[in-house]
Each structure stands twice: as structure tokens, then as C-alpha cells.
Write a protein that binds this ligand. Sequence first.
Ligand SMILES: [Zn+2]
Length: 335
Amino acid sequence: MVQVMFARCGKGQLLVVLIVATLIRCSPERSLQEVATRDTGRHSNAGAVVLPSFSGDSAYFWVQQQLRFGPRVPGTDGHRQCRDFLVSQLRRWADTVWIQRFTWELYGTTYELSNIIARFQPHHPKRIWLTAHWDTRPFADEDPNPANRSKPIPGANDGGSGVAVLLELARIFAHHPPAVGIDIVLFDAEDMGKSSDLERFCIGSQYFAGTLPIGRPVYSINLDMVGDHTARFLLEENSMKAAPELMHQLWQIGSSLAPQHFVFESGPPVFDDHVRLIAVGIPAVNIIDQLLIGHQDSDPRRHYWHTLNDTIENISPATLKVVGQTVLQWVYHIQ
Ligand SMILES: [Zn+2]
């Protein structure tokens, strides 16, 4: 992930958030019954809403599997091998999986890029998109050691975590079809832009939004940097403008599961893949640990964004579970 455009956070915004949050229909009691497990079996009494459980351990495994390929930088073997791995896994679970191939010129080099699209119930008219970027940054330009700044980042959190949560959700959707059609879209080339060159970030989502190879969704949810041990997800400003009701519903569920992670505070706008979708009129939001960006957090352990320290040690199965369970509960409660 990307750049903060500017910061704006006021008491007035927070007041509105808290008032609206009391008006939406959600059931935190049900969500708190969930326990981390590899099992995706049903957990409900007869007549109650069937609610699968998201496994943080499985999601963690999916992060590890991506890291096996090394950095997933466009133009490299690791990128191609990881793409093939993601497609083969998604084909186990989705109704249709295909690659949107395209080329893009960046800083004098033409890259072969791939957005990966996995569709569940492709003929269902009402659709939800769940998205993340699967590429990793080619250069660790925020690394404290200047000698590292031309090396690619490992991308455990920035790239790996969002994809991992979506893979685990795909596994669950295969066993428990939701009442809506789901499209999982993994965007390529999110993180190739040089610092402050926003137009060269989020290339895969820009191409996808420009071509719209599948029908528009009711809502789209992007996941980026969702695995840190002490992640703090704020109400990102672009998301709040695009789909405030969806943000309130997600944060209501998330904060009932883990108030330390889903925080009802306004966050500054972040330029990420959801912005490309918003630009073509899609109500898209972003769940992102945005205090990682620019090393803003007070905890020095969390100063690994766009450095060689974006490694598995910073990833928590418990955090992955909270994010996955939040999205899962929202998906299974909408009609
Ligand atoms: Zn990044």
C-alpha cells in the first residue's frame, strides 16, 4: 500500500460516526460466539442464521504460502509462480476463475500483468466484490538502510495478508454459498509507483475499473495490510465518502469482535485500489492499517512499511481472523 494524501480528522466527524453506528442492524452477540478453528463447519442452532467460522490459522498459512515464492514483483519468476498458485487454489473453490491479462508501461519498462478474478454464483444478479492486491513492492524505499532501498520487500503484510484472508474466505464460500454472488478480484501492480507518484500506483485496479470485465457490484471491500499483531483500522476518508453505511456496518461488526483493531475514529484518505473503483462510481471501501503508512505509529516495531522488515513475524493469525470474520459476517447477513 500506498500514500496518505492529507490528514483531516475532526470531532464533528467522529460524533456523526458514533450516532449512526447505533442505528444499524447487526448482532454482536452472535459474532462473539465464534472461536478460531480450522473447521469451516456450521455453528448454529436449528432455525438460526448459519454462520461459518473463519480460521486465522488457515489464513496465516496462506500468507506463508505466498512468501515461499519470494517477492511477487511483476516481471519476475516469483510473480508468475505465485499467480499460478493463486489461480490453482481459487479453482478448487470458485465457480469460475480467470486471469485478466494486460500490459502496462511503467518508467520505461513494459510489464505483463494479471488481475485474477474468481466468481461465486456468477449468474446471481446481486454481487459483492472482495479485493486485494497480490503484487509486492519492487523497492524498499522506506528502509532505514540506504543499501536496502533498491531491493524488493517480502510483502507479508503489504500484499500477502489481504490475499490470504480472501483465499480463506473463498474456501468457506465453496462450502457455504452466501445469499449473494461474490467476486474475488486480486489486483496486480498496486505497489510499483515511486514515492509521491500516485498515478503509477494501483495499476491493476485502474485497468480493471477502465474495462469492467464483470458486472458492477452493490459494494466492494478492499483489504490491504490487515495482518499486524496490533493493527488499528480507522474509518478511512475516501471509503467514508463512497459508502458510509457499509463502513458503519463493517466497523460495528469488527469492533464487537475486537475493538482494539476496528476503531471508530476518522482516518485520513489513503490512495489505494478502492479509489480506482470509486472513480467509476462503485461504492468501494478499504480496510487498511493506515498508521503503518509513513511509519506514523508510536510503536517502532510497526515501522516496517515498504522496508525489508515486512515479514511473517509481524503477522498475527488472531488479527487475520478478526478481519476475515468481520467480512464473513457482513457477507452472510446481507440479503
Ligand atoms: Zn505498499
